[in-house]
Design a protein around this ligand. Structure first.
Ligand SMILES: Nc1ncnc2c1ncn2[C@@H]1O[C@H](COP(=O)(O)OP(=O)(O)O)[C@@H](O)[C@H]1O
Ligand SMILES: Cc1ncc(COP(=O)(O)O)c(N)n1
Length: 259
């Protein structure tokens, strides 16, 4: 069985973070492991509290995982502070982790900050360059490239600017555009569009976490980058189309729609 590790924050309401990641990985029939960076008290309406696990304890969890059940792929989500980011980067290097997917989580779908503002530079300079692929949404890509993204042309420019200093691929997710849900991959100097049917579903809590975990699962299963992104895109579209409607705010997806 292939094994995938998520390094992310816990979402007690089960729609995003570690919980979304484990459900997605399980639906892909890979063995899921988790290193928890922070506990969040959140639900579909907002994030009400964050309790950091602390860099040392994150490092200890990573030691336990990598020394025993070595993952075939690693997905990184919410990492809220500088020390934790540095610890994760050091451990990924120490253990020669492979198939690294970095989702630069900054703000939740409900609009709450999940990363301390002063951690941005460390994320950009230390963690993003370690990714085989990074998966910013449009607001995150805007922060990374420094200009506004209003249309698909801007997405291309942003992908090129963000990818310039990285050896891995950049996937800019188009979920925040209003007409389409097309994602753009910048891979080995080439652009590739993943055209997605825009699903009329306001319940998008955890879409980014789910997509990045689906990519990591596909990489672990041995698919190449382009195929992994396509398979993950098909999975997220299916999970959205299933139309689960839970909670008062932007609800979670049905991760098990295909089982
Ligand atoms: N309404 C929608 N219909 C179809 N796909 C969507 C929709 N909203 C988001 N997606 C897809 O979900 C994935 C996550 O994108 P996005 O919501 O932009 O990320 P994030 O959750 O990080 O903000 C992308 O593949 C995006 O195209
Ligand atoms: C612990 C945690 N991690 C990440 C997100 C972002 O979720 P989304 O996938 O909707 O951007 C979240 N709301 N909570």
């Amino acid at each position: 069985m292939k094994k995938v590790l998520t390094i992310a924050g816990s979402d007690c309401s089960g729609g995003a973070g570690i919980q979304a990641d484990i459900k997605t990985m399980t639906a892909h029939k890979v063995y899921a492991m988790s290193v928890i960076t922070a506990l969040t008290a959140q639900n579909t309406t907002g994030v009400y509290g964050v309790l950091d696990a602390g860099a040392d304890f994150v490092g200890q969890q990573m030691d336990c995982v990598f020394k025993d059940i070595f993952p075939d792929a690693v997905k990184i989500g919410m990492v809220s502070n500088i020390e934790t980011i540095q610890m994760i980067a050091a451990k990924l290097k120490e253990y020669h982790a492979k198939n690294i997917v970095v989702d630069p989580v900054m703000v939740s779908t409900s609009g709450c900050a999940l990363m301390q503002p002063d951690a941005m530079d460390t994320l950009i300079s230390v963690l993003l360059p370690m990714g085989d692929i990074i998966t910013p949404n449009i607001p995150e890509a805007e922060k990374l490239c420094g200009f506004e993204i209003k249309n698909v042309e801007d997405m291309k420019k942003a992908a090129e600017v963000i990818g310039r200093n990285l050896s891995g691929s950049v996937l800019i997710k188009g979920g925040h555009l209003t007409e389409t849900a097309d994602d753009l991959l910048y891979h080995d100097g080439e652009f590739m569009w993943y055209r997605g049917e825009r699903v009329n579903n306001p319940n998008t809590h955890g879409t980014g976490c789910t997509l990045s975990s689906a990519i990591a699962s596909n990489l672990a299963l041995g698919y190449d980058m382009k195929t992994s992104v396509q398979n993950a895109k098909n999975y997220i579209t299916g999970a959205l189309k299933d139309g689960l409607d839970l909670g008062e705010g932007s609800g979670p997806l049905n991760h098990c729609f295909n089982l």
